[in-house]
Design a protein around this ligand. Structure first.
Ligand SMILES: C[S@@+](CC[C@H](N)C(=O)[O-])C[C@H]1O[C@@H](n2cnc3c(N)ncnc32)[C@H](O)[C@@H]1O
Length: 228
């Protein structure tokens, strides 16, 4: 996460002091360091079966759940809801495909919150993730009060592996124990920026694909030449 994103997450966690938090996407425990420090209990989900061994002994208040969140998240939500657990913070940073993001959000939206619940969605500037966020069924949950795609803006990534692609940014949704009244819409203060920069993002993806294809052909050709 960028420094601004880290500060945003720390600020929210310090204000909320969650009894229970959920993280989708543990990886090396970067964001988990902060979640574990500022929450009483964290459920951290990842596909990667090495995560619990990799982070063993690091965070006493974290329960690791291994498997795709498409299958592990719905029963966790059901279990926490039945136990009336006060979940107040969720970080969505797992499967970054549009369908993956949508599924994670729709699973979380099965909650009827017993306390204010803040959902942070990482990489909301990325067109795939953004599509997943906007296609989730926010309106179907009457406890959703606001969804802003650009709580913190992303950027055209300067890192070598993703140079020129739209990544980063934090979306923020707020659910409250009481039902909303009046009009509801998903807002995105960065919509114009993302739309304007999207052709550049797509061009970079195409270039990356072409480079991958040519490198593959080149490697095949050189291994054929070496073996003959
Ligand atoms: C961007 S990393 C998470 C980074 C971490 N939140 C941090 O800030 O340090 C994404 C992680 O999501 C995991 N992941 C991808 N698809 C997933 C899925 N369907 N269910 C659960 N985890 C998934 C990957 O294995 C990877 O570890």
């Amino acid at each position: 996460m960028s420094p601004a994103e880290q500060i945003g997450v720390i600020y929210l966690l310090e204000r909320l002091k969650p009894r229970v938090s959920i993280e989708i996407g543990t990886r090396y425990g970067g964001s988990l360091q902060v979640l574990a420090k500022l929450s009483e209990k964290v459920y951290s989900l990842d596909l990667d079966p090495d995560v619990p061994r990799r982070l063993a002994g690091k965070f006493a208040n974290v329960e690791y759940i291994t498997g795709s969140s498409r299958t592990t998240l719905p029963p966790l939500v059901e279990q926490l809801q039945k136990a009336n657990e006060p979940v107040s913070f969720v970080l969505i940073d797992g499967d970054h495909s549009a369908e993956g993001v949508r599924c994670d959000i729709d699973s979380i939206l099965q909650f009827r919150p017993v306390t204010p619940l803040f959902i942070i969605m990482h990489d909301s500037y990325n067109p795939e993730c953004r599509k997943g966020i906007t296609s989730a069924n926010w309106a179907g949950n009457p406890y959703v009060h606001s969804v802003e795609l650009d709580f913190i803006s992303g950027c055209l990534n300067p890192a070598r592996a993703w140079r020129g692609e739209l990544w980063g940014g934090l979306g923020l949704a707020v659910l409250l124990p009481e039902k909303r009244s009046g009009r509801f819409e998903v807002t995105g203060r960065g919509n114009l920026t993302v739309q304007t920069l999207r052709p550049l993002h797509n061009a970079r993806l195409l270039l990356k694909q072409a480079h991958g294809f040519l490198a593959h052909r080149w490697n095949k050709k050189s291994s054929r030449e070496t073996s003959s």
